[in-house]
Design a protein around this ligand. Sequence first.
Ligand code: NAD
Ligand code: IPM
Ligand code: MN
Length: 349
Amino acid sequence: MHTYKIAVISGDGIGTEVVPAAIEVLDKVARLDGGFQFQWTYFPWGCDYYLEHGEMMPEDGLETLKQFDQIFLGAVGMPELVPDHISLWGLLIKIRRGLKQSINVRPAKLLAGLESPLKNPENFDITVVRENSEGEYSDSGGRMHSGADEIAIQNAVFTRKSTERAMRYAFEIAKNSRNHVTSATKSNGLTYSMPFWDEVFNEVKEDYPEIDTAVNHIDALAAFFVMKPQAFDVIVASNLFGDILTDLGGAIMGSIGIAPAANLNIEREYPSMFEPVHGSAPDIAGKGIANPIGQIWTGKMMLDFLGHHEAGTRVLDAIEKTLASGIKTGDIGGSSTLAEVKEAIKQNL
Ligand code: NAD
Ligand code: IPM
Ligand code: MN
């Protein structure tokens, strides 16, 4: 039997509630499968750790993580205690960049038993491929002057290597989907980054003549998510555009508490990190009412990445069966607790 060594960082807020629930589900599906098991190693890194140690993770944290097969993370951030740019750049973004998890895959599709806020949600099934290492998220910039003359500059950095990598990944997964890739651009307003993005997209698509393509400005694309999400198969987007689009993806599924994500090191040189789209939700933390489905579906993405597709399908089927039976948390119109949803999903595996 194969044992996977997984580093667990529950993080902050509801991360500490949804991660243990997802681990119970993953342990059970592994037992049922019989062919593999997980060995979980817990790291208490996050905002409490910062308040005690002055850093979000130890200096050798990345080296420690490299010894694991994969990383399972909840959420990071307690903005009332630690400024977000410190907590996120000290842990989440540090891991994404340090372990070269340059692709973030974020599906959005309507699950059985879920009510979308859209008027016409039938059959949408979208995969957003988000460039995960650079773009608008850069540490290049600065602040100068003061008072009425103060200026803040944040540079966006687009390298050919990372842009092309994200686009090629989108085309590759489209081959196993519905053969369509949409590029999210904004080359009407941005004068360097997005014209470059468009150029690279036009070059890359030449290598995939069997794949149909579309190009949409991100503003229009966001509107199409609401009006006709069925128009999309795979979407490739920059770091910031992909970030915004995937909270919207969660919302049209019914709640961002459902949306899963995978930060992939596609070269498999370092561990990948599985972490849902949502954050630490300080407004509902500690109440036992958070929706665990985003974290559990994220666990399914980890199973898929490890090659255990049957176990992964079993998890998603159990989620849908649970939703269809009306066992739901408050964010999707139910009144069940996190623990009740988790138990039902385990039963339905
Ligand atoms: P958020 O995703 O934490 O919450 C937004 C809204 O969605 C809140 O009303 C919250 O209650 C609700 N929500 C989120 N997840 C839910 C779930 N599983 N079940 C039910 N409701 C859920 O976003 P935010 O409020 O902008 O950020 C809070 C903190 O989390 C900040 O520090 C932010 O930087 C951080 N954050 C971290 C991550 C991450 O670590 N991956 C992602 C996003 C935000
Ligand atoms: C996400 C989050 C992060 C991001 C934040 C917390 C830095 O919103 O994973 O979607 O923007 O990447
Ligand atoms: Mn986000």
